[in-house]
Design a protein around this ligand. Structure first.
Ligand SMILES: NC(=O)c1ccc[n+]([C@@H]2O[C@H](COP(=O)([O-])OP(=O)(O)OC[C@H]3O[C@@H](n4cnc5c(N)ncnc54)[C@H](O)[C@@H]3O)[C@@H](O)[C@H]2O)c1
Ligand SMILES: O=C(O)C[C@H](O)C(=O)O
Length: 329
């Protein structure tokens, strides 16, 4: 049976994440090995020529699943009929710059893109915001798209989730595939809280196995939360291949489901669960099935976790208030 191609729009297609992302989408890693795709690449006018070069390379791969590529600087065209939108294009943080500084610079990008999604995308559109500050950019885009169900707007904390798995595997000597039920709470920023109290390492509770609160507080949490800055310091540019990989993981899991006995982390509009104010886009533990996600309920939150979740949520509410004052939501 021939499947109808899925329209996947990528903004910032000529950037470094775009370059690491597009080839994996076209080769079937985003949606599955039997799902054909049409790529729509949105760039600013200065980025169009480089996007055309990337499209030439995509052609040269002769990917069987890639049915078409369109390149444009017009958001209405880029999101026309889009089923999946990866909002990557933004101004990356550079050395010494705090993510809060990016709010106004990036707000101007995500409001019009949210409106273009509202007016043009397919009814089943799923949006992942990667461009920083990702959670609040997702909120801006979502607020500009009142006709799209709010839960379709998500922000990427999967890179943080993957980083935390890798650090925990290194500490315990376990394989990454043995680590389950890890959670990133809050903002994709240095205040995020990677939580191992419910995580399992080969079926054993991770926090009990590690049994080292000093390592948790002084090594694990800061290493995961500041990894983005450490990569900028080392590479002179923000993470690209690992970010693209996490974007692939996020959408693949959203569409294809979480494995039994595991969950993932996604930045999603809060429904008030775990005391996170309704409406802000915060990272939660979620399971996914049939293209929908649900927050994992009933987890006991200890005092150590509560203080850290609250701190990250406070930052998110401050970002929301700031963009509200700027008239962006
Ligand atoms: N959420 C995460 O985990 C995570 C991880 C890594 C990077 N990021 C963020 O992803 C974003 C992109 O990173 P990058 O390294 O690819 O940056 P980059 O500068 O290499 O590429 C960004 C691209 O976006 C384009 N662009 C800018 N404004 C645009 C607009 N209005 N419409 C369409 N395209 C536009 C630029 O022309 C450029 O080609 C940054 O904000 C970065 O901080 C997020
Ligand atoms: O913080 C950044 O700008 C870098 C990126 O979000 C990352 O986590 O690698």
């Amino acid at each position: 049976m021939t499947r109808t191609p899925v329209n996947v729009t990528v903004t910032g297609a000529a950037g470094q994440i775009g370059y690491a992302l597009l080839f994996r989408i076209a080769s079937g890693h985003l949606l599955g090995p039997d799902v054909p795709v049409n790529l729509r690449l949105l760039e600013i006018p200065q980025g169009l020529k480089a996007a055309e070069g990337t499209a030439m390379e995509l052609d040269d791969c002769a990917f069987p699943l890639l049915r078409g590529i369109e390149i444009t600087d017009d958001a209405n065209k880029a999101f026309d009929g889009a089923n999946v939108a990866l909002l990557v294009g933004a101004r990356p943080r550079t050395k010494g710059m705090e993510r809060g500084d990016l709010l106004s610079a990036n707000g101007g990008i995500f409001k019009p893109q949210g409106k273009a999604i509202n007016d043009n995308a397919a009814d089943d559109i799923k949006v992942l915001v990667v461009g920083n500050p990702a959670n609040t950019n997702a909120l801006i885009a979502q607020a500009a798209a009142p006709d799209v169900p709010a839960e379709r707007f998500t922000a990427m904390t999967r890179l943080d989730h993957n980083r935390a798995i890798s650090q925990l595997a290194a500490k315990t000597g376990a394989a990454v595939s043995d680590i389950k039920k890890l959670t990133i709470w809050g903002n994709h920023s240095a205040t995020q809280y990677p939580d191992i109290f419910h995580a399992e390492v080969a079926g054993k509770n991770a926090a009990e196995l590690v049994n080292d609160e000093a390592w948790l507080a002084d090594t694990f949490i800061p290493t995961v939360a500041k990894r983005g800055a450490a990569i900028i310091e080392a590479r002179g540019a923000s993470s690209a291949a690992s970010a693209a990989n996490a974007a692939i993981d996020h959408v693949h899991t959203w569409v294809n489901g979480t494995a039994a006995g595991d969950w993932t982390s996604m930045g999603i509009p809060s429904d008030g669960s775990y005391g996170v104010p309704e409406g802000i886009i915060s990272s939660f533990p979620v399971t996914t099935k049939d293209g929908k996600y649900e927050i994992v309920q009933g987890l006991e939150i200890n005092d150590f976790s509560r203080a850290r979740i609250d701190a990250s949520v406070k930052e998110l509410t401050e970002e929301r208030d700031a963009v509200r004052e700027l008239g962006l939501i």
